[in-house]
Design a protein around this ligand. Structure first.
Ligand code: AHR
Length: 503
């Protein structure tokens, strides 16, 4: 059997992992909001119409932040449509997704839902069809205590206390020609700068995210970030990154190596942000918000294309075992960049390219991708460690030779708990991994769980929701300061260790 090795040493600390990398995304798209988080009349709906089964799964996932209301949707959105008495809210054409938006859920409902989900809201403002005034008004409505037009309206609408929304996205994917009122980097940079300043005048405590590129293949990638940040450097805190992956033209090997692309995108955006920092002679560092990432089959699962339907079935991807392994690998990429990726949102939370699927009036269940997310979010905490793996390579058409083992590790110095998160990218070959743990005092093995299956296309469905679940593996052997364990072919793995708390 082929072998790989790595080292776990608290001295090789990358950075503390920001809990906000465990974020998600709820967009007014398809059945994410209506039929997803909100379905009045459902047997599990609470008094406000929120599905408690979805809330419970969201809390189980350990989601820390939720981005809202889009996505492409936000670039045509009038947030005022979603406040006040429901019966009076207008029905509007949503041009981004060609659906009919009923506005039954808006900012007040979303803030209330976040409290129940125990997640922090992350709000996006419309910098497509709208601008400075509407964004500042939304901050006033959401965060100002009272005594002004918009804050008093919030109180009148039933939310006495301010929502206290700290994280705000300045538009969405404004580099993309598909975006409503998409802009050049210069036009967007100027607008984002002016909007950020006005929003901060209303609430100086905000943390702001400037739009980066929609993906690494955009013709303007790099140049876009540089120009936007030159306009906004002093008024924003983060720049966004988005990436979706799927197997292209039957090239499965490259799909399994999607984390290589994510690593490259992060490294390039860090370099670009630091280039602007140098150019501006700034002492401030811009961090990264990877606020859309996932596997997405896109046009292969468009769903119901009846125009102007309410909450149609759109992009309800059914994820396989292989997709879950790739998702685990994408989380590894985020963790190994914990020094600069301070926020991330998997897209999306429910029904639309999501780990949670629901049936209208029926059950909710966990897709395959739910499992690596939940376990990595629960145990991949504390500090991210550099592990320097060595081992065999696998050939990929898109990225050349890449390591068969994709691996990262974390150490929680308060509890002494350590986790190794490992992906075997080979479709056919198991991999024996030897981990040097001599630097960990009092180390012992807790467990090895793996997500793997003889059928790489296995899925979880309504009728068989637990077809793909984590399995307990033989306990790793600890001998002579080394832990040995075997990774099945095409698998995502969590190896948990306990150590004495690090001082
Ligand atoms: O998450 C689905 C869509 O993907 C979002 O609306 C958009 O931002 C991205 O292109």
């Amino acid at each position: 059997m082929k072998q790989a090795s790595l080292t776990l040493d608290p001295a090789f600390r990358i950075a503390a992992i920001d809990p906000r990398i465990r974020g998600s995304f709820v967009e007014h798209l398809g059945r994410c909001v209506y039929g997803g988080i909100y379905e009045p009349g459902h047997p599990d709906a609470d008094a406000d119409g929120f599905r408690t089964d979805v809330l419970a799964l969201t809390r189980e996932l350990g989601v820390t932040t939720v981005r809202y209301p889009g996505g492409n949707f936000v670039s045509g959105y009038r947030w005022e449509d979603g406040i006040g008495p429901r019966a009076e809210r207008p029905r509007r054409l949503d041009l981004a997704w060609k659906t009919l938006e009923t506005n039954k859920v808006g900012v007040d409902e979303f803030a209330a839902w976040c409290r129940r989900a125990q997640a922090e809201p992350m709000m996006a403002v419309n910098l497509g069809t709208r601008g400075v005034e509407e964004a500042a008004a939304l901050v006033e409505y959401s965060n100002h205590p009272g005594g002004s037009y918009w804050s008093d309206l919030r109180v009148k609408n039933g939310a006495k206390e301010p929502h206290g929304i700290k994280i705000w996205c300045l538009g969405n994917e404004m580099d993309g020609p598909w975006q409503i009122a998409h802009k050049t980097a210069r036009d967007y940079g100027i607008l984002a700068n002016q909007t950020a300043k006005a929003m901060r005048l209303v609430d100086p405590e905000l943390e702001l995210v400037a739009c980066g590129s929609s993906n690494r293949r955009m013709a303007t990638f790099g140049a876009w970030e540089a120009e936007v940040l030159e306009h906004t450097y002093n008024v924003v805190d983060y720049v966004s990154l988005h990436s979706y992956y799927k197997p292209k033209d039957g090239d499965f090997a490259s799909f399994l190596a999607s984390g290589v692309d994510m690593d490259a995108m992060i490294d390039a955006v860090v370099a670009t942000a630091d280039f602007v920092k140098a150019k501006l002679r700034s002492s401030k560092t811009i961090n990264l918000s990877y606020d859309e990432w996932n596997v997405w089959y896109g046009s292969e699962t468009p769903g119901d294309d009846t125009p102007w339907a309410v909450a149609p079935n759109l992009f309800q991807d059914q994820y396989t075992l292989a997709d879950a392994v790739v998702v685990g690998s994408l989380i590894n990429s985020l963790l190994r960049h914990a020094d600069r990726v301070k926020m991330a949102s998997f897209a999306q939370l429910v029904n639309v390219i999501a780990p949670i699927t629901t049936e209208n009036g029926g059950p909710a269940w966990r897709q395959t991708i739910f499992h690596p997310m939940r376990l990595a979010f629960q145990y991949g905490i504390g500090d991210a460690l550099r592990v320097e793996p060595t081992g065999p390579l696998v050939e990929t058409p898109e990225y050349g030779a890449v390591p068969q083992l994709d691996c990262t590790a974390t150490l929680d110095s308060e509890t002494g708990d350590a986790a190794i998160l490992a992906v075997n990218r080979s479709l056919t070959e198991p991999l024996l991994v030897e981990t040097d743990v001599r630097a960990l005092s009092g180390v012992r093995v807790v467990e090895h769980v793996a997500l793997h299956d003889a059928d790489r296309d296995a899925t979880n469905t309504r009728d068989n929701p637990d077809r793909v679940v984590p399995q307990t593996m033989p306990a790793p052997v600890l001998e002579d300061g080394r832990v040995r364990f075997e990774l099945p072919p095409l698998s995502w793995n969590l190896i948990r260790l306990a150590t004495s708390p690090q001082s």
